[in-house]
Design a protein around this ligand. Structure first.
Ligand SMILES: [Zn+2]
Length: 416
């Protein structure tokens, strides 16, 4: 029976969002948390973007070292041979790629301005897929940007050409959030049936339906006999009105009326890390979680009105669809109200020892130079984030200073 897989694109769609960004260390922490949650793949960045090179290489090394255990790391590039070549020159160990090109007539006339025809688009994509395969890519997804405004006949032709060239998956991009659950069901079912390919759903929230469309699209794909891959972002952060929220998608697939009886999430998703990953990502982006966010919002389990409070106290299931413990909530949050020693870009050794001591990190057996080096890395990490590092980030740096050093290394204009 085909299943639903999750491909989180926070580190790609999320970071290309206007006014928002993440440091390389924050992106790395998100990959670690996604891995712990059991998410199938993280679209971890842009292999042709030079300031990402060391970050991408370092995260691939973390896979080799077993720090990232199960998750696949996939890069996003344009579906042209030039991008494939740059990718394998800068990040030779990359194994999973998604190649993207616009397919709608709107984009052909409005974006390419007549420089590309449908034929050119298919040809560029086919050559890029073959080049990626030849250079050792293990899985290749082909993205049809603006697929929901693309003629279905052409979309099928495009996907079949991708499959013949060696692509493993087809990404249906509802780039503008134009679909509704009914249209995306029909389209994605047809695509699955006609192409025999696993289909990725990439949905945006311009009409408030990103999660609903992802679930309906996945049902269409599975009813069409193929595996479905839902693209998510943490807290729904993504271009404009955002993408399908990771936690809401997991809740919708596993908890909505009768859905999970036939349509199952692949792997072993640990929903009890939901609160942690949502709060870290909120802190990293400096974007608060909306009070009414499904599962992780401050009001998701709050009851004030008499009838509801009385009902939920008698039996939580009266007014709650799922328990807060399932999302890893319920632990009291400790807030320092007295003296605080915080690490920053100008931290000294005494303050650093104090902070690490509170985290039970022992520097026993380390030389003074090794301790100073870790402090230096913490300072550099802070230069990028301008806010105190969280405990997990400090522990990461202390445990893997060489990886941290690589993540923090950037040399502009060092073109070969
Ligand atoms: Zn997108």
């Amino acid at each position: 029976m085909p299943s639903i897989y999750l491909i989180d694109v926070t580190n790609r769609d999320g970071v290309q969002t206007a006014k928002l960004g993440l440091s390389k260390l924050e992106k790395t922490m998100i990959n670690i948390y996604l891995d712990e949650m059991g998410v199938f793949q993280s679209e971890f960045g842009f292999p042709t973007t030079r300031h990402e090179t060391y970050y991408l290489q370092a995260n691939l090394e973390m896979v080799e070292m077993g720090i990232l255990k199960r998750i696949r790391l996939g890069g996003w590039i344009r579906a042209i041979v030039e991008d494939v070549e740059t990718t394998f020159r800068l990040v030779p160990k990359i194994k999973h790629l998604n190649l993207s090109i616009s397919t709608s007539d709107q984009m052909i006339t409005g974006k390419f301005q007549g420089r590309k025809t449908r034929k050119d688009i298919v040809r560029d994509m086919v050559e890029a897929v073959k080049a990626a395969r030849a250079r050792g890519a293990e899985t290749i997804g082909v993205n049809a940007e603006d697929a929901s405004r693309t003629d279905l006949g052409f979309l099928i032709e495009f996907a079949l050409a991708a499959k013949e060239a060696g692509a493993d998956r087809f990404r249906y991009c509802d780039t503008l959030g134009y679909d509704n659950p009914f249209t995306i069901y029909d389209t994605c079912r047809r695509l699955a049936e006609e192409t025999g390919m696993p289909i990725e759903l990439h949905c945006h929230g311009d009409l408030g339906m990103a999660v609903a469309n992802s679930v309906a699209g996945a049902k269409g794909v599975i009813d069409g006999g193929q595996d479905a891959y839902i693209n998510t972002t943490i807290n729904g952060i993504g271009e404009r009105a955002g993408n399908a929220d990771l936690i809401a998608v997991i809740l919708a697939v596993t908890k909505s009326k009768g859905f999970a009886e036939k349509y199952r999430l692949a792997g072993n998703i640990r929903l009890n890390l939901a609160s942690k990953i949502a709060n870290f990502t909120s802190y990293a982006f400096s974007v608060p979680i909306p009070i009414n966010q499904p599962g992780v919002g401050a009001n998701a389990f709050a009851h004030a009105s008499g009838i509801h409070a009385d009902g939920v106290l008698k039996d939580p299931q009266n007014y709650e669809l799922y328990g807060y413990e399932e999302l890893g909530r319920g632990e009291p949050i400790k807030v320092e109200t007295g003296r605080e020693i915080i690490t920053g870009q100008y931290t000294g050794i005494a303050g650093f020892r104090h902070v690490m001591g509170k985290l039970d990190v022992s520097f026993e057996g380390m030389t003074q130079k090794e301790i100073n080096d870790i402090l230096e890395l913490v300072r550099y990490a802070n230069v990028e984030t301008h806010k105190p590092l969280v405990e997990d980030e400090l522990l990461f740096i202390a445990r893997y200073p060489q990886i941290a050093k690589k993540l923090l290394t950037m040399t502009p204009l060092a073109y070969d």
